[in-house]
Design a protein around this ligand. Structure first.
Ligand code: MLT
Ligand code: MN
Ligand code: ZN
Length: 307
């Protein structure tokens, strides 16, 4: 299985257009050793020819332009992007669908909650019906059903498993303060030939028994790297919200992501969806060094992972 990190940043990317925090300013002036990052999305393929996008970021156009594996080949209008799976209905994960409007109908996989949000509060789907059209594949993760296994027609080498997780519906959703099963999922992508498994969860508010069990079976976990500390945004004067308010588990602390990753045997433990406030972006920071000590990688745009 091949995994391409198209974008590794959280909403806003890095540097964020209106952010003058020490890290965004430091990246602009060249005084901070860090890489710019677009908003998070990955592409996965079993054969290197047919790809599925996990989330579609608003930066998708530039991401595809920068990624030769996703360029058209053959006929005058063509794309190796065969499907899109959405983890949630957040703006930074779905608005890239609009950038696919020049192509064939989008084979879209998402939960009923996400479908609802994208036909009401943020009606991207009805809008796309006037362009390329969307072929809907509902993942039955709702109510008491917390898991669903599915396949994607154009990618027969992969089997996918959706798992309901704790997170947050978008601010525009009626579920923002009234969570439902299916607002947020994690995805396991299994390569049927090799048996290798990727666990993908760019937004993960809590790791319970179900998540731990699934993560333990993965050879690569690519998980929520949004914040280092819970009050990071408040401490930097960037806003009133904690990581928990926004549905993200911070990395630090005894209950944090780094501690949760420690017992896993996965050879690759990688953080993605990194907010511009997170000190791990600064490659000279103590936090970046601490991650290296724990064998945890920080995803960057263009990163390739082969399982
Ligand atoms: C989040 O995950 O909370 C976001 O990155 C929010 C956003 O896209 O604005
Ligand atoms: Mn986000
Ligand atoms: Zn910033």
């Amino acid at each position: 299985m091949k995994i391409l990190v198209l974008g590794s940043g959280a909403g806003g990317g890095f540097p964020q257009w209106n952010c003058n925090c020490t890290q965004c300013a430091g990246l602009r002036s060249g005084t901070t050793r860090a890489r710019a990052r677009t908003q998070s999305s990955i592409a996965v393929s079993a054969d290197g020819e047919h790809w599925v996008l996990l989330n579609a970021s608003p930066d998708l156009g530039a991401q595809v332009r920068n990624q030769p594996a996703l360029h058209p080949r053959g006929s005058p209008r063509d794309t190796p992007i065969k499907a899109v799976v959405l983890m949630d209905a957040q703006i930074d994960h779905v608005t890239g669908l609009l950038s696919l409007r020049e192509g064939p109908p989008i084979e879209l996989y998402c939960t009923p909650c996400v479908f609802e949000d994208l036909t009401s509060g943020l009606p991207i789907l009805p809008t796309l019906q006037h362009y390329c059209g969307v072929h809907w594949h509902l993942l039955p993760v709702a109510g008491d059903d917390r898991r669903a296994e599915f396949r994607i027609g154009a990618l027969p080498g992969l089997r996918l498993h959706a798992l309901a997780i704790a997170g947050k519906a978008p601010p525009y959703s009626p579920h923002r303060h009234d969570p439902a099963v299916g607002d947020n999922i994690a995805l396991v992508v299994e390569d049927l030939a090799s048996g290798e498994r990727l666990f993908y969860a760019p937004g993960l508010a809590h790791i319970g028994d179900a998540e731990r069990e699934v993560m333990a079976g993965a050879s690569c976990v690519l998980v929520d790297g949004t914040f280092w500390t819970d009050d990071e945004m408040i401490a930097a004067g960037l806003g009133p919200h904690t990581a928990a308010d926004l549905g993200h588990l911070p990395q630090s602390g005894v209950q944090g992501m780094v501690a949760a990753l420690a017992p896993l045997s996965a050879p690759r433990k990688v953080l993605i969806h990194i907010n511009n406030s997170n000190p791990i972006l600064d490659e000279d920071s103590a936090q970046h060094r601490e991650l290296r000590r724990h064998g945890v990688e920080v995803a960057h745009d263009g990163m390739e992972i082969e399982l």
